[in-house]
Design a protein around this ligand. Structure first.
Ligand SMILES: C[S@@+](CC[C@H](N)C(=O)[O-])C[C@H]1O[C@@H](n2cnc3c(N)ncnc32)[C@H](O)[C@@H]1O
Length: 253
């Protein structure tokens, strides 16, 4: 049995504004999404006043799905990106998420919406994708990268599973770049969001975590550098709604 020396502390990371053991973060994140899964889509509409739909549409505009392409949508949750990809001419999507509850809601939505072909649902961690190397034409991660424990490992995995010539896209909350707006946004995030979370999803803490995790996520330029360090090329970003969200993209060459 391995006995940890007295002075060897467990590696820590952040979970929102809390410091937690690295090994515990994935299960804490899983618990957040277990709790909110049944109300996840309704909460998205309420807390963003429907604007997340516009961001997701802009994301698909950037991807420009092509016939025959196989997309891997990581942290794909309840399927919003996958459904849009198929609607816009894409043919095959593998939705991968660490949380079986979110995928279950996604599968039920797919049946309700009549998506009978072109979808696979896989439980898996963005840091250790259960998929072969060089197998995907495109990789997306929407509002997911913020939740992984090691962003650099998730980026390295994105590069590994993409074919040469494959494309990487990330849609994520980012840093607001408009001076006055950032104060209003802060008030909204730390007061209104947890209140809405408690009323609608019965979980104020999950939405407190959301606000905190957004503040901890690397800003636009820093994420570009991390993508380049992972070996993704021609990395760039575009702000949405004054930087509340941003689309990052790159190539695997
Ligand atoms: C905010 S939701 C986004 C869902 C969907 N992409 C969307 O845009 O509506 C974040 C998702 O990331 C998933 N997730 C968190 N950590 C993950 C990890 N390490 N690997 C894969 N998925 C993860 C959660 O289970 C959750 O479904």
């Amino acid at each position: 049995m391995y006995v940890s020396p007295m002075n060897e502390r467990p590696q820590t990371t952040h979970f929102g504004f809390q410091t937690v053991e690295e090994a515990k973060k994935a299960s804490l994140v899983r618990a957040v999404f277990d709790s909110v899964a049944p109300r996840y889509d309704l909460m998205n509409d309420l807390m963003s006043l429907g604007i997340h739909r516009l961001w997701k549409n802009a994301f698909i505009d950037a991807i420009k799905p092509r016939p025959g392409e196989h997309l891997l949508d990581v942290a794909g949750g309840t399927g919003d990106i996958a459904f849009r990809f198929l609607d816009r001419g894409g043919e095959q999507v593998t939705v991968c998420d660490i949380n079986a509850e979110m995928l279950k809601v996604g599968r039920e939505r797919a049946i309700d919406k009549g998506y009978l072909h072109g979808l696979d649902w896989v439980v898996g961690d963005a840091e250790r994708l259960p998929l072969p190397s060089a197998s995907m034409d495109a990789y997306t991660i929407a509002f997911g990268l913020r939740n992984v424990t090691h962003i650099e490992m998730a980026l390295a995995e994105a590069k590994r599973v993409l074919k040469p010539g494959g494309r990487f896209f990330c849609l994520e909350f980012s840093r607001v770049v408009l001076p006055v707006f950032d104060k209003i946004y802060d008030t909204y995030s730390f007061s209104v969001l947890p209140w809405l979370g408690s009323k609608v999803a019965g979980d104020a803490e999950a939405y407190q975590y959301l606000a905190e995790s957004i503040r901890r996520f690397p800003a636009q330029e820093e994420l570009v550098s991390m993508m380049e360090e992972a070996g993704l090329e021609q990395a760039r970003f575009r702000n949405l709604s004054g930087g509340i969200a941003a689309i990052h993209s790159a190539w695997r060459l």
